[in-house]
Design a protein around this ligand. Sequence first.
Ligand SMILES: [Zn+2]
Ligand SMILES: [Zn+2]
Length: 305
Amino acid sequence: MNLTFLGTSAGSPTAERNVSSIVLDLRQERGKLWLFDCGETTQMQMQKAKFSLAKLEIIFLTHLHGDHVFGLPGVLTSRSLMQNQSALTLIAPKGIKQLVETVNEISYSWLTYPLNIIELEENGIVFEDNQFQVEAKLLQHRVPCFGYRIIEKDLPANLDIEKLRQDNIPMGSHCDDLKKGKTITLNDGRIIKGSDYLGNINNGRKLAILGDTIACEASIELAKDVDLLVHEATQEHALAEKAIERGHSTTVHAATIAKQANAKRLIMTHISPRYNLNDNDKLVNEAKNVFANTEIAIDFATFRV
Ligand SMILES: [Zn+2]
Ligand SMILES: [Zn+2]
C-alpha cells in the first residue's frame, strides 16, 4: 500500500502546499482508494496524481475544520459524473450529514450513487472486513477531532515450494489443502502434513493517520507499534506555546509521540503557512533529535508502507 499526500499545509493553502488530504492507495490490495481528509482542491490534486474519483471506497475525515473538509462537496458531486458508479462510505465527526445535505440542497446538487454516512461521536471500530480494521479515537483539538489506526489483517502463510520439491511432493490441487494446514494422502500412499510445509505468516501492516491535535495519550495508543505514523507538526518547537494554545503540535511533539508509541517511521504534515519548503530541513532536524526516522511530507510525496 502507498500513502500519497495531496495537501500538507495547515489552515490555508500556500503556493507550495495545498491543504490537508491524503490518499491511502489500496488498489493493489482491494482495487480501491481511501481518502483521509478532503481540503479544498482535493479533486484537482487527485487528477494530477492520477487517482480516479470512481475508485474511492471510503472517505475518512478527522474533523470538520474548513482546511480538512472544504473540498468534500466537489469530490462528492463530481464523482456522480463518473461512469463506474459504486457506493461510497463517509466516516466523519457528527455534523457531516447536515453539511453534505445542506450543500446539496442549496446548490441543487444530487448524488447518483449510494452515500453511506457514518457520524462519529465516540471511540470505536469504524470499519472492519476480512482484510482491514480501522479504529478511531478522539484526539485533543479545539473541536471534536479523530485519529485513525488502520490495521491490515495477517495474511495466511505461503507454502514452502522449495521444501515440497526437496521431498518430491508433486504440485497439484492437493496444495490448496496443504496451504490450509490440512493433512493429505498422496497417490503413492505417503501422508503429508500441511503444517510441515508452511512458511512464516505474512504480518499485516499497521499505520496511524492522526488529525489536528496537541500531544495526547490517544495518539500514543493509535500509533502503538505502527509501521508508519502520520502526525501533524504545525509549528517549530520554539513556538510550542502558540501551537498548544491553538490545539496543535510542534515537530518535537510529533517526534515524541512517535517515540513513545514505538512507531517505526514518522511522517510530519499540516505545516504552518509561515514555513516554505526551504524550512523543511530545519523542521525535520528538530524532530530527528527525538525520533531519528522522521520525514516531512510535501504535496504529491508518496510513501510505501
Ligand atoms: Zn487543520
Ligand atoms: Zn483543525
